[in-house]
Design a protein around this ligand. Structure first.
Ligand SMILES: Nc1ncnc2c1ncn2[C@@H]1O[C@H](COP(=O)(O)OP(=O)(O)O)[C@@H](O)[C@H]1O
Ligand SMILES: [Mg+2]
Length: 537
């Protein structure tokens, strides 16, 4: 609930205002019952038509005012609820952009998406039903007072059914919490599986994995189905039991009131009013179950959102030191191991690079090349040793400023479902046509564009699905070349490139390395000949 505290506090005035209106509404809704009693006991008995009309008019006016006020409070509550959800969503989105890259690897996109969708559930805390429950609760207290004022013995008798209702509510609540939690977990796993099946379609088909996936999917789906059935049965069962109990309770109240009327301890008007009050008395307990059905998932969602996005999530260290240019990089005794693994991937690595130069980092599969690139690009933290940029520890440098000076080509190119042009200029603010043309030419993308009817306006599909691996790689290289950065870090630029393209890229990088700091991570020895520093991992 801690995460909600700040959001609630921000809207505390609106909430107090709306609650105030709810209380006024509740009081107002008791008046018509009192008037009905007077109408019968005074108006009808004394055959006073003017009295009857006056009472009826008052009842009408009060009901209209009450409806108006109810609407205002409803508007306030729903406004606050949806604003809180929108704020929470933006807050989590900002957090996602700051989380360490490992966080995403660990949790999986499907799981995270499902958690993010749960945020919408929170607005149900402020749903009209809950507001009505609040009104009902206040009305019940008034009803208790009114019945007590009419007849104390009657009050005690009317309280007996409350025990039954409370017992049913407690049983429902207890079972519901477990069912909902299981259902949400099953749903998250199911979404995760679906996500994996959609993204991994090619692999599944190529490896004849259809049957295996179907079996797994069936298991997840069965689980989801069973939880849904349990949920529906609990809901339906509770409603049936409540309807049954309510019928018996009404009969019980009629008998009790009849008994008191016969013994002249209650007037007819009072008896009618008491049956109405009794209805109000049980409403909050009955609606408590349905409120719980709405509130509990929301509360559980808050807990799960808290666990997924707030608790135990270390945000990347983002320093506040600024740099305008990168001239020197010193790595001293760098060690790193992934939290989920014991093995130290990088052990006591030390090297120094000065601008301009071309540093070639090589190593076998799994030797830690990509890990090193991610550390140098401030994507993962948790290393020991020192990484000094112009003499300043990397952790102390502002991410924004650092990234302005670094261009990167990552091992796994990710492209947006947008035009080629927008993918190239992504994140670069000062694009001039001349620079753009140059980047296109140097990356070898000009030859690719010539073959496309829409040239750079071609939309490339999800993660560049309509392009070849080499073409995607060239877009990524073009972006890095276009960026006016001091340092270019390329993780396996030879990936997917043909011999000729690779040779051209090598020449381009060599040329650039006379002005900038170029770090090439690869296992293709073509770069060895042009490197001023070679590091073997
Ligand atoms: N997110 C991760 N969590 C745990 N281990 C990882 C993670 N990413 C990579 N590894 C492991 O770290 C080692 C180095 O990986 P990587 O740096 O990608 O190697 P490469 O030199 O091939 O680029 C590998 O053994 C890999 O299994
Ligand atoms: Mg790698």
């Amino acid at each position: 609930m801690n995460i909600m505290k700040n959001y609630l506090l921000q809207h505390i005035r609106k909430l107090i205002f709306a609650t105030g209106i709810v209380i006024i509404c509740s009081i107002a809704s008791m008046v018509p019952m009192l008037l009905t009693q007077k109408l019968i006991d005074v108006g009808f008995i004394n055959k006073d038509f003017r009295y009857i009309v006056a009472c009826s008019l008052y009842i009408g006016i009060i009901t209209i005012v009450k409806s108006g006020l109810s609407y205002i409070s409803l508007k306030q509550f729903s406004n606050v609820g949806h604003t809180i959800v929108a704020d929470l969503r933006s807050d989590i989105f900002d957090k996602l952009l700051r989380f360490p890259i490992d966080y995403f690897t660990e949790k999986g996109s499907g799981y995270l998406l499902s958690r993010l969708n749960e945020v919408s559930q929170i607005s149900s805390l402020f749903s009209p039903n809950n507001v009505k429950f609040l009104t009902g609760f206040i009305e019940a207290i008034f009803a208790l007072m009114m019945i007590g004022r009419t007849n104390t013995n009657l009050l005690i008798l009317c309280c007996i059914p409350m025990v039954i209702y409370i017992w049913i509510s407690m049983q429902t609540t207890k079972n519901y919490q477990k069912i909902i939690n299981d259902a949400l977990e099953s749903d998250a796993q199911y979404t995760g599986k679906l996500n994996e099946v959609i993204t991994g379609q090619e692999e599944i088909r190529l490896n004849n994995g259809k049957k295996q996936e179907q079996e797994k999917f069936h298991r997840y789906s069965e689980n989801l189905k069973n939880k849904a059935i349990q949920h529906t049965l609990l809901l339906g069962g509770t409603t049936e039991i409540l309807t049954l109990v309510t019928t018996f309770v009404s009969v019980f109240i009629y008998i009790v009131c009849g008994y008191f009327v016969i013994r002249n301890q209650l007037t007819i008007g009072e008896a009618i009013a008491v049956t109405q009050y009794a209805g109000k008395l049980y409403t909050p307990i009955i609606s408590f179950s349905s409120v719980i059905l709405i509130v509990q998932p929301a509360l559980l969602s808050i807990k799960r959102i808290d666990e997924a996005f707030y608790k135990n999530v270390l945000e990347n260290c983002n320093g506040n030191k600024t740099i305008d240019t990168i001239t020197e990089l010193n790595v001293k005794n760098l060690c790193y191991s992934y939290p989920s693994r014991q093995r130290e991937i990088i052990q006591n690595l030390s090297f120094d690079i000065k601008e301009p130069s071309l540093c070639y980092i090589k190593g076998s599969n799994g030797s830690g090349k990509t890990t090193l690139a991610k550390i140098l690009l401030k994507l993962i933290d948790g290393y020991s040793g020192e990484i000094l940029i112009n003499g300043i520890e990397l952790r102390q440098i502002s991410e924004q400023f650092y990234r302005n000076q670094c261009a990167a080509v990552s091992q796994r190119t990710f492209l947006f479902n947008d035009t080629i042009y927008n993918n190239i200029v992504y994140g670069i603010s000062d694009v001039t046509p001349a620079h753009y043309e140059q980047a296109i030419r140097l990356s070898g993308l000009d030859k690719v564009l010539r073959l496309l009817p829409d040239k750079e306006r071609t939309i490339i599909g999800e993660n560049g699905a309509t392009l070849s691996g080499g073409e995607k790689q060239k877009i990524s290289i073009a972006r890095a070349l276009l960026k006016n950065a001091n340092v270019i870090i390329l993780d396996e630029p030879s990936n997917n490139l043909d011999k000729k393209s690779l040779y051209e890229i090598k020449c381009v990088l060599e040329k650039i390395s006379h002005e900038k700091m170029v770090i090439v991570i690869d296992h293709n020895d073509i770069f060895e000949a042009v490197a001023s520093l070679i590091i073997n991992l």
